[in-house]
Ligand binder design. Sequence first.
Ligand code: BTN
Length: 314
Amino acid sequence: MDEKDIFILRKLYENEYISGEEIASSLNISRMAINKRIKLLKTLGYKIGSLKKKGYILLDKDVIRIWEIKEYIKSSPLFKEFIYLEEVDSTNTYIKQNQQYLPDATLVYAERQTRGRGRLSRRWVDLDKGIKMSILLKLLLLDLEKIVPLTLFTGLVINRVLRKHGVESFIKWSNDIYLNGKKVCGILSELTGEVEGVGSIIIGIGINVNAKSVPEEIKDIATTLKAETLHDFDRTMLIIDILKEFERDFSNFEKYGFSYFRDEYKSFCINLRKEILVNGERMLCKDIGENGELVCEKDGKIIEISSGEVTIRF
Ligand code: BTN
């Protein structure tokens, strides 16, 4: 999609009906060219209808308002670039492959992922009308110790935003967001090779938003915001609020690390005081440490866990 397509989408979004002539004259291109571009938008999945005397109409307005996110990023003190993709294998992979051309603090969003990746080499099931995006941060010196806390910070930010939007979400260590006992959001952070001495971190965020339901294969463990609340969410607003919240506290994260957010994290963490399974071993979750590690007790011994598969026995 180029700038002209985005402009057409915006016109369609902002009007009930809009004539081809009107779009053509504001873009200074022919009526035929508009026809072609509308066709392209339809093949990309946009539901566009038309009526003879009235013009075009966008029938499903649950689209990402690319222009609003671009506008927001222009004024952002942290984020530098926004790349919108209709379809990609994985936004994390896209950043990995293109990072030398991308500025620090780039956001890549995709409406569809064909090979979305989850933690522990799992697949991230692609749900319609969700949020699938990745943030590239080149500003951190390659520091393995920072990746876990940064991912936890991102989970906290998303939990805040969902709550601001009226969702009673919780955090399951390390960074899954849960609603009514099922997962609605996952985060995959990856460190990539050194570029001119600076390590990059890619933070991939997947949120199940407006799909009515999830496929059979994951229905016992995952859900969507819509399935739980029975209403639609404005995905563009969610994305912008995540960026706002992330950048509002990112400098505190850099200065003070996870400990600055620890109390808030603990107040929403569903693992605390529960019996959990860590990589198959049963233990009691006692605390969340200064750097975000899971502090557990097993046979009278205290064990600190910084990564792994955690299952909660509710
Ligand atoms: C998890 O296993 O919980 C993490 C899921 C992360 C999914 C997101 S969707 C956007 C980004 N691109 C990917 O391929 N994965 C992450």
